[in-house]
Design a protein around this ligand. Sequence first.
Ligand code: FRU
Length: 507
Amino acid sequence: MIATLSFSFAFAGLCVAGAQNGNYNQLYRPQAHFSPERNWTNDPNGLVYFHGEYHLFFQYNPYGDTWGHMSWGHAVSNDLIHWKQLSVAIPEENGVMIFTGSVVIDHDDTSGLCKPAKECLVAIYTGDGDTPQGHRETQNLAYSKDDGRSWSKYSGNPVLDLHLSDFRDPNVSWDARQHQWLMAVSLPREHKVSFYHSRDLKHWEHLSDFGPAGDTGGAWECPDLLQVPYADKSRSMWVLKVGLNPGAPQGGSGEQYFVGDFDGTTFRASEEPGAHGWTNYGKDDYCAISFNGIPHGDPPVLLGWMNNWEYAEKLPTSPWRGQMSLPRKLFLVRDQGGWALAQEPVISLLRKSTVPLNLTAPTAGEETIATLSPPYELEVDQFGADAKRFGVMIYSDDRHWTEIGFDLGKQEFYIDRTRSDSAAISGFAARTTASLVLGRHNDLKLIIDRSSVEAFAQQGTIAMTDLIYPPSSSNRVVLFSSSPISSEKNIKMWKLDSIWQDSELAQ
Ligand code: FRU
């Protein structure tokens, strides 16, 4: 009896394609962000653009809504926004869980795994499990010859084994300059990112280590080495990002970046102002990685897990738990404040209609500009000139709201969610902050979904993402400013479409 039950449960979990049962229309179900139809997810994995399709693999428990049995879930999209979940891509097997990793397009069959085809997808992931010698994390390959629909594990696994219990999250990309594969992989306890190179994805040689550096208050996880263009595309610089958990400035998990140089062997961080920063100043964006296979010269597109290990397993959602951030294009800015990584969310495709605003006269104080339900997007180019405090409040009822604002007295940008949620999740109440850089323009872009606020301030150089669990999905949007907001032209608002199909939304 028990065996029968667990088999049917497993089967339901593994075959999610085409689920159409209204699970996508709950109070907290994100409408502009990806979440699995059911069960637990954490980090995005193996992001790749191949044959006209974006692939989002993700850490997934096919059997429940808390962490465990880690496997790779799978979703595909034609536009980075609308996702269709497919069956589990790479399942846990023989007690070895499939931890975070990446997928590359092996264009010339360097691995020999694509035969008879000339190219295929190869996943490089961490296998996590117990051996007679103790707990081990090793790097492994799996390959797919049918556009990611089915995967085989390489018979010669593991391809990289240092006999360590913590050695994970390989991020592999093609190094066109030296015609080789390059891996950034984390030594979490040593606060190091190790670089390896390979000609065939099967044999790896150590190149160098970066770290300890920056913040080392927790484990280093999920590295990604990126080439990021300047906003004017005149040139690009190398940026190394790495997750830190716990010990991030906002508490729990967070991600730091280093702007620097990579000569094909060694990454050297710049010591100039702004060269060390945080990819997100909110609490809920972790283990973001970029898409492989994006056309050369295009900015990298980063996508993260919208969550924090402090409370990830306590979030009040069912039958799913965990969601992804919006994808963001990355640029580098260099100005009076030094370096900064700037982010531009990919969202405009979802704009359905502009929202008429009730901004009748230039006023100081508070003004309700619209009442609507998420998802929606708000852009404010300029709040009142000379104002010292300004921003937006999102009321879900008279007693619950989220405040997003600029405080020039303290030179800080903030999101305050201490009064936003009805759910009593311990450790969840928070006011997250980021320092404003003097002289940068204080504009704001907000994307409000049913259970999140994603904010981009000072031309995207501050990204701040925070989950919220408001008691209702009706929002009164209030602008506040200590001096009059000059004109309606400054403010634009769009109602966004849901990324889910009507059949998935129907109750
Ligand atoms: C980060 C992480 C990774 C690991 C995965 C396991 O959130 O701990 O380092 O590969 O989650 O699910």
